[in-house]
Write a protein that binds this ligand. Structure first.
Ligand SMILES: *[C@@H]1O[C@H](CO)[C@@H](O)[C@H](O)[C@H]1NC(C)=O
Ligand SMILES: *[C@@H]1O[C@H](CO)[C@@H](O)[C@H](O)[C@H]1NC(C)=O
Ligand SMILES: *[C@@H]1O[C@H](CO)[C@@H](O)[C@H](O)[C@H]1NC(C)=O
Length: 387
C-alpha cells in the first residue's frame, strides 16, 4: 500500500518534476542484503534435528514478540500523547511499519496538533495531490530555517494523506469529507472555490484547540525565517496582495478599500494567534463565504470573502499588516527586477502568484533559483528514507 501510493505520486509528480521522488531501491537492497547474509548461515548451522527444533521454537517465539509488541503498545498509547515534537509521531508509529501503515484515516486534528506544535504554534498548509511538487518545494524552504517540525499538512484527498504520512509519519491529517477531485483545480473554477472555502474552518478549529497558526499557500517559498515578524503581540498578521509598490515604511493598519469597495489582503499567508479576535475573524470569513458562493458569472474564490470579513470586523480584531518588502506579492517580486535587486536581503516569504498554471509557476521558480526540489532535494522531509 505504501509502495503503490508512493509510486503513483512519483508518476504524477513526474510531469512536473522528476526530482520530487528520486527513485530509490533502498528497501529491496536491504531485503537482498538481509537474505544473502542470513541464508548461508542458517544452512551451515543445522547439525542435528534437535537443534532445528530449538531453532524453530526460538524463531516462532521471536516472531510472536515481533508481531504482538507493536499491537499491544499501539492500543495503549495514543500516537501523539507527548509534547515533544519530531520524535513523537515518528517513534510510536514506526513501530508498526512492518505491519503495514497505521490507520491515518482516524488520525485527528487534535492528535496531530498535539504532536506537532512547537511553542503552541502550528504551521499549516492545505494540499490536494496535484500540488505535491509545490508542497515539497515549500517544505524544503522551511527546512532551511529548521521550522519544518511544526508543519501540519491538511490533506484534501487520501492520496496526499497516505503519501505524506508514509514518508513523514504524523505530519498529515485529513478532515472529512475528502475531495474526490483528481485533476488540478484551476484558479477561478468552482472546485477551487470549494476547496479554498474550507480553509477558515480548518483554521478556526485549530484556534479553538488553543494553538496559534501560521497558514501558507504552498506556492510560496521562505527566503528567511518569518517568526521575528510575529512578535509584537497582535492577533492577526496579514499581507497585501497588491503589486503596487508602497513606501518602505508604510502603515501597518488595514489599508483603505480599493476599487471593489474592499481591500486586497491575501488569504495566502496568515499568522493567527489563538485569541477571540482571530476566532471572530475566522467565523466572519465563514459567514461571508456562505453569502458569496461561486457562480458561473461570479467566479470568486475565498479571498474576497476574507477581505469583507476584515472590513466587518475592523475595530474588533487587532490586525497587523506585514511589511511589503518582506512579504511581497508575486506581482511585485517577480515583475519588478530593479525593486527585487535593490531589496534583495529583505525578502522573507515570496508568493508565486500573478501567474496562472502549474507549468508557469514552476518555470518562474526555476528562473529565480527557487525551485528547491531540484536544487536542494536532499533537504526535503518527504525524501524517501534510506534513499
Ligand atoms: C462545490 O460545492 C457545491 C455546493 O456544495 C456543489 O454543489 C458543487 O458540486 C461543488 N463543485 C465542485 C466542482 O466541487
Ligand atoms: C468597509 O467597507 C466599506 C464599503 O467599501 C467602506 O466604506 C469602509 O470604509 C470599510 N471599512 C474599513 C474599516 O475599511
Ligand atoms: C519598480 O521598482 C522601482 C524601484 O526599484 C520603482 O521605482 C518602480 O516604480 C517600480 N515599478 C513599478 C511598475 O512598480
Amino acid at each position: 500500500m505504501v509502495r503503490s501510493s508512493a509510486g503513483g505520486l512519483s508518476a504524477l509528480a513526474h510531469g512536473y518534476d522528476p526530482e520530487l521522488c528520486p527513485s530509490s531501491h533502498a528497501a529491496s537492497d536491504v531485503l537482498e542484503r538481509f537474505s544473502s547474509s542470513v541464508k548461508p548461515r542458517s544452512v551451515i548451522s543445522l547439525p542435528a534435528v534437535t537443534s532445528v527444533r530449538v531453532f524453530l521454537f526460538i524463531l516462532v517465539a521471536l516472531m510472536s514478540v515481533w508481531v504482538l509488541f507493536p499491537i499491544l503498545t499501539r492500543s495503549n498509547h495514543e500516537p501523539v500523547a507527548a509534547h515533544s515534537l519530531q520524535s513523537v509521531p515518528r517513534m510510536s508509529w514506526t513501530a508498526n511499519l512492518h505491519l503495514g501503515q497505521p490507520n491515518w484515516r482516524s488520525y485527528t486534528l487534535r492528535q496531530a496538533a498535539q504532536a506537532l506544535a512547537v511553542d503552541g504554534i502550528l504551521i499549516v498548509c492545505t494540499v490536494s495531490h496535484p500540488y505535491m511538487p509545490f508542497l515539497n518545494n515549500w517544505l524544503i524552504s522551511l527546512a532551511k530555517y529548521n521550522r519544518h517540525q511544526a508543519v501540519l499538512i491538511i490533506a484534501e484527498d487520501y492520496t496526499t494523506l497516505d503519501f505524506v504520512n508514509s514518508r513523514w509519519p504524523g505530519h498529515s491529517v485529513l478532515i472529512p469529507p475528502a475531495s474526490s477531485e483528481t485533476t488540478s483545480l484551476r484558479f477561478g473554477s468552482q472546485g477551487f472555490f470549494n476547496l479554498t472555502a474550507r480553509r477558515p474552518k480548518y483554521l478556526l478549529e485549530i484556534l479553538e484547540l488553543g494553538y496559534s497558526v501560521l497558514y501558507n499557500d504552498v506556492d510560496m517559498v521562505w527566503l528567511a525565517d518569518p517568526f521575528s515578524y510575529f512578535k509584537n503581540n497582535r492577533e492577526v498578521y496579514i499581507i497585501d496582495d497588491m503589486a503596487l509598490l508602497k513606501t518602505e515604511y508604510h502603515s501597518h493598519a488595514l489599508p483603505p478599500p480599493g476599487k471593489k469597495g474592499r481591500t486586497y489582503i491575501c488569504s495566502c499567508m496568515l499568522f493567527l494567534k489563538s485569541t477571540e479576535g482571530a476566532k471572530l475573524l475566522m467565523r466572519t470569513w465563514i459567514e461571508e463565504l456562505k453569502e458569496r458562493q461561486w457562480s458561473p458569472s461570479v467566479k470568486t474564490n475565498d479571498q474576497p470573502a476574507f477581505n469583507w470579513a476584515l472590513n466587518k470586523t475592523a475595530g474588533q480584531v487587532d490586525v497587523y499588516l506585514l511589511p511589503q518588502v518582506a512579504f511581497p506579492s508575486g506581482g511585485l517580486y517577480f515583475k519588478n527586477d530593479s525593486w527585487r535587486k535593490e531589496t534583495e536581503n529583505k525578502h522573507v516569504i515570496v508568493h508565486n502568484n500573478y501567474v496562472v498554471g502549474f507549468d508557469q509557476k514552476i518555470k518562474r521558480f526555476r528562473a529565480h533559483n527557487l525551485w528547491f526540489v531540484e536544487l536542494d532535494a536532499g533537504l526535503s522531509p518527504l525524501a524517501e528514507k534510506g534513499g
